[in-house]
Design a binder for this molecule. Structure first.
Ligand code: GLP
Length: 244
């Protein structure tokens, strides 16, 4: 845990830069990076952009997979996760467009879109590092309470607390928040990733972080508790989220 969100973000950004550089990715053997949206990772993205600008890291041979996307929002909608990712990160780094993977919230055949996504991840073998965040109730990506350990990429219904938490981006109007999303599953994250780095900031995440670290392992009521089932998880937080 770091005293400020800025320190936590800097640490994780430097950590990711080091991982990519140590790996030494090539076009034949790219570094595969899983990515989240949300306020918590924003500072990490800002610092990765800075590192890229300074020439400390290149994303030329980095392939990304985002965790989730709202169902029914077009990439041009400024609340879609497509829009967030391009606006906050991809438009400002040297990553080739074809290396970017985000679930398509407008897919006509949702099951087919989820299968396509799983197959794309599989085609790269492993996700070398999966960065994630936590929802206030312990959701991971959009895996809400009740998600099973073996869940894969699928259509999910958002629970009321998530809809409420995310309504701040939709004029605080619950009716405007999408009620469904596409999300990678718990198994997609845990069983494909060599390493998972969770970034979590703010007092409203203290409950979720406590459940993640000290809660009962594999408790479906708090999906982030499944992280205890992975051998290589790094949690980066500020003091507020750590509850100190
Ligand atoms: C959304 C995303 C999650 C993310 C969470 C936390 O619900 N689907 O993947 O972890 O927000 O976001 P924030 O960091 O803004 O609290």
């Amino acid at each position: 845990a770091f005293s400020t969100p800025a320190d936590a973000s800097s640490y994780l950004a430097q950590y990711i830069v080091k991982r990519i550089n140590d790996f030494g990715p090539t076009p034949q053997k790219p570094f595969v990076l899983g990515l989240p949206t949300g306020s918590s990772p924003e500072g990490v993205y800002a610092r990765l952009i800075e590192a890229n600008r300074k020439g400390l890291v290149t994303f030329q041979n980095v392939v990304t997979f985002n965790m989730d996307e709202y169902l029914g929002l077009a990439p041009s909608n400024d609340q879609s996760y497509h829009y967030f990712m391009y606006n906050k990160f991809f438009n400002h780094i040297d990553i080739p467009r074809q290396n970017i993977h985000i679930l398509n919230g407008l897919a006509k055949d949702v099951d087919e879109e989820c299968r396509r996504y799983e197959a794309a991840i599989k085609s790269y073998g492993r996700i070398h590092l999966f960065m994630g965040g936590l929802g206030p109730e312990g959701h991971l990506a959009f895996n809400e309470a009740g998600s099973t350990r073996d869940s894969r990429t699928r259509r999910v219904s958002l629970v009321e607390s998530t809809i409420k938490a995310n309504s701040r981006f939709f004029d605080n109007d619950l009716s405007k928040v999408p009620k469904h999303a596409l999300s990678v599953g718990i198994s997609t994250i845990l069983d494909n990733s060599d390493e998972i780095a969770i970034i979590v900031m703010g007092a409203n995440k203290a409950f979720a972080l406590e459940k993640t670290v000290h809660g009962t392992k594999n408790d479906a009521r708090f999906p982030s508790s499944y992280l205890q089932d992975h051998p290589n998880v790094l949690i980066v937080s500020d003091l507020e989220a750590a509850g100190v």
